[in-house]
Design a protein. Sequence first.
Length: 282
Amino acid sequence: MIYETAPAKINLTLDTLYKRDDGYHEVEMIMTTIDLNDRLSFEKRQDDKIVLHVDETFIPSDERNLAYRAALLMKETYDIQQGVTITLDKNIPVAAGLAGGSSDAAATMRGMNRLFGLNISLEELSDLSAAIGSDIPFCVYGTTAICRGRGEVIELLPKPPSSWVVIAKPDAGLSTPEIYGHLDLSKPYEVRTKQCLEAIEAGDYDLMCQSLSNRLEPVSMALQKDIEKLKVNMINNGADGALMSGSGPTVYGLAHKERQARHIYNAVSGCCNDVYVVRTLG
Ligand code: C5P
């Protein structure tokens, strides 16, 4: 039996540069991983099937699940004859902007790479994974990176200054295609990518907090009022910075000290069911 952890990610920045001919948006985003993990196990089978067990009944265990699609992609690309049983223990909220499904897919590719002794580099797995989702190539590395293209062009970055992260996901999820569909690129919004890169390079926590910016945030805020309320609540209760992650609706707040993080947690824990205090992994 092989085990993998699949960490969630947060966006420190997310910029959308233009809409491409293929319908995707050209992005530039800095992402880092946090200590909120799904757990997966992998076991070889006697037959050639992919069997996925998920501990949450509302999550599909067939081709609608990115982990299943990742297993199929691995089997077909590397001509793996033997089947695999995958058990997925979900902790990361779904449809949240935390790349939970993408991280499960990435962990499946790493797990099968080890289970079948393939010795494929992370770089190759990352490139391959772009076929099934834009956030998976980042998740294959599971560290910190600036991601360009439609998300699949990865440049690894140093670990950002370590921080406490309070995660709060409003109860209704948001759909990524819907948010991108509502995006109006003519509306001005400043994304502080360069400042964030400087902050990471210099290990400057305060500058990192000031640089948090996400071009999709106003779009999602217009569709779900809870997002702005959570963000204001976190800032009013001492977060050093707060931002919506990805296309939302999850909002996170950064805190230097654990006590400060617990205070923010207490302030927002009545607002929604999914609230966590974690640390950056990077
Ligand atoms: O690649 P993925 O399946 O994660 O993307 C889901 C949807 O999000 C795409 O179909 C597209 O509508 C939107 N998207 C986009 N630009 C990106 C990534 C995603 O418009 N860079």
